[in-house]
Design a protein around this ligand. Structure first.
Ligand SMILES: [Mn+2]
Length: 484
C-alpha cells in the first residue's frame, strides 16, 4: 500500500503578495448578508448513458482492481496566472466532466465496480475562501458546480475531494490498483510506481477510443464544420494579412467563437516556414507569391477536435513549381484515400502515398530511383516527406496515443475509426539535392476521414482541395477586395 494518506490536495496560493490582509471584522462582514442561493436542479449532460457504459466496459477489463483516473490541475503560466484548463482526455471520456482537480475512482464492488467522481465542493459564501482564495474562490474564478450538482449533471456518485486520500488508502488496503499516470503529479507521487500495470490501463483507455460512436462522430463533424468556417475566414482575410500571426489570429478567433478554441497550436506557415513541420512561431511576414500552409483545427465544446491542412497560394494562383508539387501531394493523398477501408492495414494508406511521392520525386529528378528509395533499408523519400500520413483523431488531435502497436500502428482499419490522411512534401531552402526552383516549397494536404463499412467518408470534403478549386477559393476573396 502506498502513502496515499499523504496526498496533499490543499491549495497553494490563498493570497498574492500584492493583496492586503483581511481584518476579522471584514471576514465577518463578508460572510454575512448574502441571499440563500436558489437550489436550481441541474439537467444531466447529453450522452450520460454513454459515459456510464464506458465506465462499465473499463470495469469489465480490470475486474477486482481499483482504477484511478484523474483529470489533472490547472497549470501555472507565470506566478499566479494559469493556462486555460483542459481536462484529462481519459477522465473526460469516462465522465464528460470538465472541471479541474477531479478524480474518478472505480472500486471493486462484487463482480463490477462502484464509480465515484471526487470533486470540489461549492460552499457558496458560507466560507471566507470565496473571496480570500484566488485559485478557487467563487469571487475570483467563479463557482464550482459542487458535490450534489455534479452528481446530478454527470449521473454518477460524487464525494468531496477532501475524502479522496482516505478512500484511496482504504481501497488499496484491499487489493491491487491501477492509476492513469502522467496527469496528476500529487497522485503519481503518492502511489508507488508499477510501470507495466499502469501502462496497461492507459493502453486499454486508448484502445477503447479507437472506435467512435455516433455521438462522437457527430461532434467531430461539428468541429470540422467550424474548422471549415475558420479556413473561410482566413481565405477572406488573406488579401490584407501581412503576417503569419494575423492568419493565426483570424483562425483562432473562429475557434474561440465556434468551439472551446483550437485543438492544437495553429500552424500558419508561409513560404519556407512550411518546410518546418510544426511551425507555430508564426512570426514571419508573408510574401506576395508564396504559399501559406495552414494546419489548424477547432476543438468543439465536447473536446473533439478537427485537424485539417490546406496549402494556399497567397496571390490566388500557384506558380508552375508550386502547382507541380501541390498536384503530386494531392495524387499521393488520393492514393492513400483509396486504401482507407475496413480490413486494410492502418499503414496501407501510408504505403500507397509514399509510392506515389517516391515516383513523383523521381520524375522531378530529385530521387535517382523510386524503387531504390522505397526499399526498407533506404527510405530516401523521407528526406522530403518526413512523416507518415495518418494518425487517429478524436478528443486528442493525436488520439489513442497509448494504444498498443498491434491494435493501432500495426493493426487494421475498422469501421468507426476516424483518422487523418495528410501527405506532404517539404523542400528545404538549403537542400542541394533539390533543383533550386523547388527549394523553399512546402505542401501538406490533410483531411479527416471516417472508416465506413463500405470504405471511407472524407469528413472534411467540403473544404476546397483540388488545385483549381483552391485557386478559385482564394481568388474570389481577392476579387472582392480588389473592387473595394
Ligand atoms: Mn494531423
Amino acid at each position: 500500500m502506498g502513502n496515499a494518506e499523504t496526498i496533499d490536495m490543499s491549495d497553494q496560493s490563498a493570497r498574492a503578495a500584492h493583496d492586503g490582509a483581511n481584518p476579522e471584522n471584514l471576514l465577518r462582514f463578508m460572510t454575512s448578508g448574502w441571499a440563500t442561493p436558489p437550489r436550481t436542479p441541474v439537467s444531466p449532460i447529453e450522452g450520460a448513458d454513454r459515459f456510464a457504459a464506458r465506465r462499465d466496459a473499463l470495469s469489465r477489463a480490470f475486474p477486482g482492481q481499483t482504477l484511478i483516473v484523474p483529470t489533472g490541475h490547472e497549470k501555472t503560466r507565470a506566478n499566479d496566472t494559469v493556462y486555460p484548463f483542459r481536462p484529462g482526455t481519459d477522465f473526460y471520456y469516462l465522465t464528460g466532466n470538465v472541471e479541474p482537480d477531479n478524480v474518478l475512482v472505480l472500486v471493486p464492488d462484487g463482480d463490477v465496480h462502484a464509480a465515484t467522481l471526487y470533486c470540489e465542493p461549492n460552499p457558496g459564501k458560507t466560507d471566507a475562501a470565496f473571496f480570500t482564495d484566488r485559485a478557487k474562490g467563487e469571487l475570483w474564478v467563479g463557482p464550482r458546480l459542487g458535490v450534489e450538482q455534479t452528481a446530478e449533471r454527470y449521473a454518477i456518485a460524487t464525494k468531496p475531494l477532501a475524502a479522496l486520500a482516505h478512500d484511496i488508502a482504504s481501497a488499496l488496503a484491499h487489493g491491487a490498483y491501477r492509476v492513469r499516470r502522467g496527469i496528476d503529479p500529487a497522485l503519481d507521487a503518492a502511489l508507488p510506481e508499477q510501470a507495466e500495470r499502469d501502462a496497461e490501463l492507459a493502453a486499454a483507455l486508448s484502445e477503447m477510443r479507437l472506435i467512435k460512436d455516433e455521438l462522437e462522430i457527430r461532434e467531430l463533424r461539428r468541429a470540422i464544420a467550424a474548422t471549415h468556417r475558420g479556413f473561410d475566414d482566413v481565405v477572406r482575410s488573406l488579401p490584407g494579412a501581412q503576417t503569419e500571426r494575423a492568419v493565426e489570429g483570424v483562425f483562432n478567433l473562429r475557434a474561440r467563437i465556434d468551439g472551446n478554441g483550437v485543438g492544437y497550436n495553429t500552424i500558419a506557415a508561409s513560404g519556407p516556414d512550411a518546410c518546418t513541420l510544426h511551425w507555430t512561431r508564426n512570426d514571419r511576414r508573408i510574401g506576395e507569391n508564396e504559399l501559406l500552409l495552414l494546419d489548424a483545427g477547432v476543438e468543439a465544446e465536447t473536446l473533439y477536435t478537427a485537424d485539417v491542412t490546406r496549402t494556399l497560394p497567397i496571390s490566388g494562383r500557384f506558380t508552375p513549381e508550386q502547382r507541380t508539387v501541390y498536384d503530386l501531394v494531392l495524387a499521393a493523398q488520393e492514393a492513400a484515400l483509396a486504401e482507407c477501408k475496413p480490413g486494410n492495414d492502418f499503414l496501407d494508406p501510408n504505403r500507397a502515398a509514399m509510392h506515389v511521392l517516391a515516383h513523383g520525386l523521381q520524375e522531378l529528378g530529385i530521387l535517382a530511383s523510386a524503387e531504390e528509395a522505397l526499399r526498407d533499408e533506404n527510405l530516401f523519400y523521407k528526406r522530403y516527406s518526413l512523416h507518415n500520413v495518418s494518425h487517429m483523431l478524436g478528443i486528442d488531435v493525436h488520439d489513442c496515443a497509448a494504444a498498443r502497436a498491434e491494435t493501432y500502428k500495426f493493426g487494421q482499419l475498422r469501421t468507426g475509426m476516424v483518422l487523418t490522411v495528410e501527405p506532404g512534401l517539404y523542400f528545404q531552402l538549403d537542400d542541394l539535392t533539390v533543383p533550386a526552383r523547388y527549394r523553399g516549397i512546402g505542401v501538406r494536404i490533410e483531411d479527416d476521414v471516417l472508416i465506413t463499412e463500405s470504405g471511407v467518408e472524407v469528413l472534411s470534403a467540403a473544404i476546397p482541395r483540388a488545385a483549381d478549386e483552391v485557386e478559385t477559393w482564394v481568388g474570389s476573396a481577392r476579387g472582392q477586395t480588389a473592387s473595394r
